[in-house]
Design a protein around this ligand. Structure first.
Ligand SMILES: *[C@@H]1O[C@H](CO)[C@@H](O)[C@H](O)[C@H]1NC(C)=O
Ligand SMILES: *[C@@H]1O[C@H](CO)[C@@H](O)[C@H](O)[C@H]1NC(C)=O
Length: 246
């Protein structure tokens, strides 16, 4: 009896994390569509590379696994980005979380998942957070820019950023990525990155606390990853995605 009372009193203090996106999110298309929309979450199907996104290139390839395919194409109209025209050489896919993520004072989030991403030149898969209002904030929780490396970035301004590039071995295998956002002082947010359970870097995002983020998973092509990209299909797969509060 005493033990029961004691345990019940302790529980709320040790387990307060709330699951915002559950690991079952990629178990079915219905689950995916409960939490995500297709294309970029700010609207639009092109961005800063050579891929035009559509729903047809996003699939639950097997229960539990999301697979985005980039398919080489010809004859697509160009995209416009930053006042310039960008040739579209691929059809691919992007998904954006329906909910926005705002680090509250004294709180934060954990984003995690397992990723099978290519580092081939011209392929630019990413798992990232970007500002709903203006820019930055942006946190690249993982991005692969066709160089054989994986990059982790946190932007204070377009030219002032914390970045860490590390060698990315065995791209055919799934690798675990975890990123923790934690309010530091009511204003700035501490950002910690792990790969395969190993801590990689700690950054601080200036004035990130209280600002909403979009969560994006996409397979862009060329752009920052160089060109020409591949002449055959490229895939990017994700499983065990989860988002919780701290
Ligand atoms: C970004 O701003 C935060 C808060 O002022 C600071 O701690 C961090 O060092 C800055 N990052 C860079 C790369 O200067
Ligand atoms: C490339 O991807 C597209 C879209 O998923 C698919 O329809 C096509 O069959 C793929 N081509 C090959 C050669 O696998």
């Amino acid at each position: 009896m005493y033990i029961l009372v004691f345990t019940a009193a302790l529980l709320p203090a040790v387990s307060t994390a709330t699951t915002l996106i559950p690991k079952t999110v990629f178990d079915s298309t219905a689950n995916l569509e409960q939490y995500f929309t297709y294309n970029y979450p700010w609207g639009g199907n092109t961005h800063n590379g050579a891929a035009r996104m559509d729903k047809a290139h996003v699939a639950i390839s097997s229960p539990g696994t999301l697979t985005i395919t980039a398919q080489p194409v010809k004859g697509q109209p160009p995209a416009t980005h930053g006042g310039k025209q960008l040739a579209i050489n691929y059809l691919a896919g992007a998904i954006g979380a329906k909910q926005h993520f705002t680090v509250p004072k004294g709180g934060g989030f954990v984003f995690s998942g397992s990723f099978q991403a290519t580092t081939t030149k011209g392929t630019w898969p990413a798992f990232w957070l970007t500002a709903v209002n203006g820019w930055p904030p942006e946190i690249d929780m993982a991005e692969w820019k066709g160089s054989g490396k994986i990059s982790f970035n946190t932007f204070n301004t377009s030219s002032v950023l914390s970045w860490k590039d590390v060698q990315y071995n065995d791209p055919a295998q799934f690798h675990d990525i975890k990123c923790e956002l934690r309010d530091k002082n009511g204003k700035d947010t501490q950002v910690k990155f792990w790969m395969d359970g190993k801590e990689i870097a700690t950054h601080v995002g200036k004035d990130y606390t209280g600002k909403p983020f979009y969560l994006v998973i996409n397979l862009q092509m060329e752009g920052s990853s160089g060109k020409p990209g591949p002449t055959t299909n490229t895939t990017y797969s994700v499983r065990n995605l989860e988002v919780t509060t701290l």
